[in-house]
Design a protein around this ligand. Structure first.
Ligand code: COA
Length: 260
C-alpha cells in the first residue's frame, strides 16, 4: 500500500489497519485526510491480500474529533455543499465496502469522527471514548451522513437529542444505545477488534459482500429489501464459496474460503 500524508496503513495478517494520524489536531478530518481514507479503502477493495479493514485514530485521546474546523471557517454555501458531497462519497464507499470494516474507537468520536464510525459496519470503543454530534454549537448540522445514520443506529428520539443538544455521551452509554457493539479497556481495543475481524474473515467473502448489499438495501428508498435478498440469496448458489462451504460441511471439515 502506498504512503499517505495523514493516515498510516499497515497490513497485519490480511487485516488492513488504517490509522488517522493527526494526533496534535485530535485526528480532525481535513479534506486531504478524507480523500486519503477513500483512496486507502478503494486500494484495499482491489487488493486480494486484504480481507478486512480496521479504522482507528492515532494516540490515546481521540479517534477523530470531527471535521477540521479551521479548514472551512470561511467557506461559502457552494463550498459547504461541495465539502459535504465529497465526504458523502467517501463515507458511502466505507459503508458499501465489500470487505468488512470495523471502527476501533479509541477516544473522542465527535462530528465527522462519529459519522465515520457510523459508516463502518461494526463499532468497538475503548472505555475512554466519547461520542457526540456537536455541529449545532458551530451553527452547522452534520454533513457526512450523521443526521441519517444516527437514526438508523439508535432510533429517532435519542438521535434527535444528541443532534440537537450537542451533548457528548460515554462509551458505556453508546453501548447501551447500540451505537457500539463492545466496550473494552484501551489496551484491549485493537485485540478485540482483530479477534472479531478474524471471526468475520473466516467466513465466505462473497456472502459477506451480499450481507453488506442487503443491509444497505434496507435503508434505500424505493428498494424492496426482501425482494433484494431473494436475488442476493440466489446469486450465492453460483459462487465457489458456496461449493466450498457446503463441501466442507459434508466432509466435516472447516471451510477454507481463501482458495475459492
Ligand atoms: N478541528 C480542528 N482542530 C481541532 C478539532 C477540530 N474538529 N478538534 C480539536 N482540534 C485541535 C485543537 O484546535 C487543538 O489544536 P491547537 O493545539 O493547535 O490549538 C488540538 O486539536 C487539541 O484540542 P484541544 O481543544 O486543546 O483539546 P481538549 O482536550 O481541550 O478538548 C475537544 C478536546 C474534543 C473537546 C475539543 O478539541 C473540541 O471540542 N473539538 C471540536 C469538536 C467539534 O466540534 N467537532 C465537530 C466539528 S464539525
Amino acid at each position: 500500500m502506498k504512503t499517505f500524508e495523514n493516515i498510516l496503513t499497515e497490513l497485519r495478517d490480511g487485516i488492513l489497519l488504517i490509522t488517522v494520524n493527526r494526533p496534535d489536531k485530535l485526528n480532525a478530518l481535513n479534506k486531504r485526510t478524507i480523500e486519503e481514507i477513500g483512496e486507502a479503502v478503494s486500494l484495499a477493495v482491489a487488493d486480494n491480500a486484504v480481507r478486512g479493514i480496521i479504522l482507528t485514530g492515532s494516540g490515546n485521546k481521540a479517534f477523530i474529533a470531527g471535521a477540521d474546523i479551521s479548514e472551512f471557517s470561511s467557506y461559502s454555501v457552494a463550498q459547504g455543499n461541495q465539502l459535504s458531497a465529497a465526504g458523502h462519497a467517501v463515507f458511502n464507499s466505507v459503508e458499501m465496502c465489500p470487505k468488512p470494516v470495523i471502527a476501533a474507537i479509541n477516544g473522542f468520536a465527535l462530528g465527522g469522527g462519529c459519522e465515520l464510525a457510523m459508516s463502518c459496519h461494526i463499532r468497538l470503543a475503548s472505555d475512554n471514548a466519547k461520542f457526540g454530534q456537536p455541529e449545532v454549537k458551530l451553527g452547522l448540522i452534520p454533513g457526512y451522513g450523521g443526521t441519517q445514520r444516527l437514526i438508523q443506529l439508535i432510533g429517532k428520539g435519542k438521535a434527535m437529542e444528541l443532534l440537537m443538544s450537542a451533548e457528548m455521551i460515554s462509551a458505556e452509554e453508546a453501548l447501551r444505545l447500540g451505537l457500539v457493539n463492545y466496550v473494552t479497556s484501551q489496551d484491549e481495543l485493537l485485540l478485540k477488534s482483530i479477534e472479531l475481524m478474524n471471526k468475520i474473515t473466516a467466513q465466505s467473502p462473497r456472502a459477506i459482500e451480499g450481507i453488506v448489499r442487503c443491509v444497505a438495501a434496507h435503508f434505500k428508498d424505493g428498494v424492496d429489501g426482501l425482494a433484494f435478498e431473494v436475488e442476493e440469496f440466489g446469486k450465492c448458489f453460483g459462487t465457489n464459496d458456496f461449493k466450498e462451504g457446503v463441501s466442507a460441511f459434508m466432509e466435516k471439515r472447516k471451510a477454507d474460503f481463501r482458495k475459492t
